[in-house]
Design a binder for this molecule. Structure first.
Ligand code: XMP
Length: 178
């Protein structure tokens, strides 16, 4: 597989993101809400670079896809939804693709009374966004290819790779990712 982002590149960028987040929240306690499952590795590395009091919550979100690839409404597993009322929430995801997942979650967190909602993504795919959402913190902008590793999967494989690679000759499988 072609390595797109090496382990060293990712680690350095995650360190920078952590520094920025720490500086911009000025010691305010933070609630990081991560979207399962692809964001787990990024979450684990990023929180260790943020010297602030913080809580971590995990969300399971999925969208029913139509026959083509139009995303349906976002389904949230209520059992996972944290209490965010009055809190500064930082939504964390592995990759911003069409933008539907994160923009729906920003709305949800706001409706649930979060004091502020910002977003952080490791990756942002060029030319794929369907919904306007400017991530507050972004690791890397990448070309429109299906990527795996560092938490991202193909049929639940490859999540453990310490780098991000392009899956050769593949189009995203239906319902892939998460
Ligand atoms: P949207 O389109 O709502 O979705 O921004 C973001 C989610 O789509 C999945 N996704 C990928 N997963 N390799 C993956 O393993 C990819 O190249 C890829 N592109 C999108 C992922 O679950 C992400 O959270």
């Amino acid at each position: 597989m072609d390595i797109l982002l090496s382990e060293a590149q990712i680690q350095e960028r995650v360190r920078q993101l952590g520094r920025r987040i720490e500086a911009e929240y000025h010691g305010r306690p933070l609630t990081i809400v991560a979207v399962l499952t692809g964001s787990l590795v990024f979450l684990a590395d990023l929180i260790r670079q943020i010297g602030l009091p913080l809580r971590v919550a995990l969300l399971q979100a999925s969208s029913y896809k139509g026959a083509v690839s139009t995303a349906g409404p976002l389904l949230l597993n209520e059992a996972f939804v944290p209490d965010v009322a009055g809190r500064d929430v930082l939504l964390l995801d592995d990759i911003l693709d069409t933008g539907h997942t994160l923009s729906a979650l920003v709305r949800q967190m706001t409706e649930r009374g979060a004091r502020s909602v910002r977003t952080v993504v490791l990756l942002r795919k060029l030319g794929r966004q369907e919904v306007h959402l400017e991530p507050d913190y972004c690791g890397f902008t990448i070309p429109d290819a299906f990527v795996v590793g560092y938490g991202l999967d193909y049929a639940d494989d490859y999540r453990h790779l310490p780098y991000v690679a392009i899956l050769p000759g593949s189009h995203p499988p239906p319902g892939a990712g998460g």
